[in-house]
Design a protein around this ligand. Structure first.
Ligand code: WQD
Length: 326
């Protein structure tokens, strides 16, 4: 069985490729290299540079490599940018997926794993978000992920494709320094950047209805997340006609203040944070119920926040050696 991994040169995708190949699966990477990095694709894994909007090329690649399963991670993923460029996000994330599904169903692929997001839930008003919690996305990005899930399920049912929609919570960490996230769009890298520049990290609002007033999230190590893909790939292969929707989180909430304290402890940088106004659209608390994924796949996260910060910091220092001197 060969898996086509779209977005396999990206931060999360490269970890998925590594986990799948280490588990003995054959992989082919399909990536337009708009944000992906060719060097992240391991030797021996073919890399096809192309867009998910290119149905012809997709059809050729699926046939040439006798692809039987697809893990689709290629997408735009910045919430703020999606507010400014919604048409671009719908084109890349929804139209790109629709075209890919055309090629996939025409080629008779058996399994399809879709990278969705906790962003589909928007501002959930519950302690633990289950897969039944209503989806009310708050950004075009979240909308494209929810619409993507609809497309995947509908196309899957019509074509007899086994499908899984994985709703990632807050992904962090790295398997190795050269696989670390190079984007500075999330809490951990944003704090690293400020500490490296010698300026205080920022807390976006401390007047939320949470114990320390700062937002709570469910952070998941990218290595655990990648292993969840291996488990889901095997589950889809074992049982044709499956239709899974799963939260991929740890079920543990950590506040922004707690994260910054832990980052201080790992990095040795001590600049106390400054509190700035709330960032528009941020929910107070988003924590997964990770029960269903454990029941369905027997998968459970193994790494804690300490591992995430430590490995992310090693990646940061690898690219910013001056940061270590703090
Ligand atoms: C975490 C918390 C910030 C930076 C987003 C997307 C989600 C997924 C992951 C994509 C928030 C606070 C941040 C800083 C801060 N994306 N913060 N100071 O917003 O939970 O999730 O990324 O695939 O869909 O919505 O993640 O890392 O941006 O923020 O106080 O310098 O940290 O306000 O409460 P978020 P994040």
């Amino acid at each position: 069985m060969t898996w086509l991994i779209t977005g396999g040169a990206g931060y999360i995708g490269a970890h998925v490729v590594r986990a799948m190949t280490e588990a003995g699966e054959r992989a082919v990477v399909y990536d337009d290299l708009s944000t992906g990095i060719a060097g992240r694709v391991p030797a021996g894994v073919p890399l096809v540079v192309g867009s998910t909007l290119d149905e012809k090329l997709l059809g050729r690649v699926l046939a040439e490599h006798s692809v039987t399963g697809v893990v689709h991670l290629a997408a735009k993923k910045q919430v703020g940018e999606s507010v400014d460029r919604p048409l671009h996000y719908y084109r890349e994330n929804v139209e790109g997926l629709r075209v890919l599904l055309e090629a996939v169903t025409a080629a008779g692929v058996a399994s399809f794993v879709f990278s969705s997001s906790a962003a589909v839930y928007g501002m959930p008003d519950v302690d633990l978000v289950t897969e039944q919690t209503p989806c009310v996305p708050m950004s075009p990005y979240g909308e494209t992920k929810l619409a993507g899930e609809w497309l995947v399920r509908a196309a899957g049912r019509a074509a007899g494709l086994s499908t899984a929609c994985l709703r990632y919570f807050n992904v962090a960490g790295a398997a190795a320094p050269d696989l670390a996230d190079t984007g500075v769009f999330n809490l951990i890298p944003m704090v690293f950047e400020r500490l490296t520049d010698g300026v205080p990290p920022r807390v976006f609002g401390d007047d939320y209805p949470t114990p320390d007033g700062t937002c709570i999230r469910d952070y998941i190590h990218v290595v655990d997340l990648a292993e969840a893909h291996v488990a889901v790939a095997r589950a889809l292969r074992a049982t044709p006609g499956r239709d899974l929707t799963l939260n991929i989180g740890r079920g543990e909430g950590v506040s922004v203040r707690e994260m910054i304290d832990r980052i201080h402890a790992v990095t040795g940088h001590q600049d106390p944070p400054v509190v700035t106004p709330r960032r528009p659209g941020d929910p107070a608390r988003v924590v997964a119920s990770a029960e269903r994924v454990t029941t369905e796949l027997g998968w459970k996260a193994r790494h804690d926040v300490q591992d995430m910060i430590t490995s992310a910091w090693q990646g940061w220092v690898h690219r910013h050696p001056e940061a270590a001197r703090g």
